[in-house]
Design a protein around this ligand. Structure first.
Ligand SMILES: NC(=O)c1ccc[n+]([C@@H]2O[C@H](COP(=O)([O-])OP(=O)(O)OC[C@H]3O[C@@H](n4cnc5c(N)ncnc54)[C@H](OP(=O)(O)O)[C@@H]3O)[C@@H](O)[C@H]2O)c1
Length: 313
């Protein structure tokens, strides 16, 4: 393979990394996965790193076409002090060490895409947020910690001086894809069990993105020499939670689903070791920059995305 097909995926062993590595490989690229457990990497070539210090892994960045940072302790857990520290520090340290590795490379990658999240925007039932939308937390959405993490994460990227490398922050919404562990898998299972009713009232918005469009958008951003700064990675049509659950019930062939009230979710979240913010926060985000700059979605609406995912092997 020629050197410029090499794409570095830091933290590329997780849900998004596996999704992307498989897509890149199928499209003639060479994904290289920086992982703390490279032996467990399924898609792509695994290389050891610890996500916080320089090591032999840094040499992999030489002549790479892009570096994409997806590393970070999963947010699907209880936000007690130890997890908060892991969630924040794993994101800040991996971002900083990649900046250092890029700076010391003789032939650094021309573009660095760093994960961020669409959760950074303010909880809203009103007008959707584009990239200029308001950032901040809302007590009812219990999102203070997530917004703090997202803001610090983007600031860490911003602070890294890498003069020969474009930087892009990916404000990604909930990605739905066929890799194991996707939220679509969980929602379909709930619907099949008759538990696919609306959640916490169902009026809150859900921004989402089909995995194929996630990969295509990343590839598109890599290929555009003028693309830099913040991009929302989400489908153009967010839906309410009630509508999303209706579509999953339809896909499951189960028209009735028990709705979950806020207090039921609070209890469930404790039992499942997760947080209700992932469900109750209203994320109404649109991909203004992608649309304005000419990106087209293969799956712009949720019915199209769900029907495709249902038929995926
Ligand atoms: N999935 C989504 O829909 C979505 C939406 C918006 C934003 N995001 C963000 O995008 C990134 C990737 O998402 P994902 O769903 O692929 O997450 P994931 O499945 O949890 O994978 C994240 C990867 O980060 C690495 N990691 C975990 N703890 C770490 C630590 N303490 N230090 C260094 N690396 C660590 C792990 O790799 P190793 O164990 O191999 O080292 C893991 O495979 C995350 O930062 C997530 O917050 C995801």
């Amino acid at each position: 393979m020629s050197p410029n097909t090499k794409i570095i995926l830091a933290g590329g062993s997780g849900f998004l990394g596996r999704t992307l590595a498989r897509w890149l490989h199928d499209h003639g690229k060479e994904p290289i996965i920086l992982s703390r457990r490279p032996g467990a990497v399924i898609h792509g070539r695994g290389i050891h790193w610890d996500g916080e210090t320089l090591g032999p892994w840094a040499a992999e960045l030489e002549n790479a076409a892009a570096v994409i940072n997806l590393a970070g302790r999963s947010v699907n857990c209880r936000y007690h002090a130890a997890n908060r520290s892991l969630i924040l520090n794993s994101r800040l340290r991996s971002t900083r060490i990649l900046g250092e590795a890029i700076r010391q490379a003789a032939a650094p990658p021309p573009v660095w895409l760093n994960a961020s999240t669409a959760t950074i925007y303010r909880h809203t039932l009103g007008a959707p947020h584009d990239e200029a939308g308001a950032i901040g937390a809302t007590p009812a959405a219990r999102d203070a910690f997530s917004v703090e993490v997202a803001t610090a994460w983007e600031a860490a990227l911003e602070a890294e001086a890498v003069p020969h490398t474009r930087k892009i922050a990916l404000r990604t919404a909930m990605v739905m894809g066929p890799e194991p562990g996707g939220v679509n898998e969980v929602l379909l299972r709930l619907a099949r069990l008759g538990l696919g009713g609306s959640m916490a009232g169902g009026r809150q918005y859900v921004s989402w993105l089909h995995a194929t469009d996630f990969c295509r958008a990343i590839d598109w951003l890599i290929g555009r020499p003028d693309a830099k700064g913040i991009y929302n990675l989400c489908a153009p049509e967010p839906v309410t939670n009630a509508e999303m659950m209706r579509l999953f019930r339809q896909a499951a062939g189960c028209p009735l689903g028990l709705p979950a009230t806020r207090w039921m979710l609070e209890i469930g979240a404790v039992l499942l070791r997760t947080e209700t913010e992932l469900i109750v926060k209203s994320r109404r985000v649109i991909p203004r920059r992608l649309l304005d700059e000419g990106f087209t979605f293969h799956y712009p609406t949720l019915p199209e995305a769900i029907s495709h995912l249902k038929t995926e092997p």
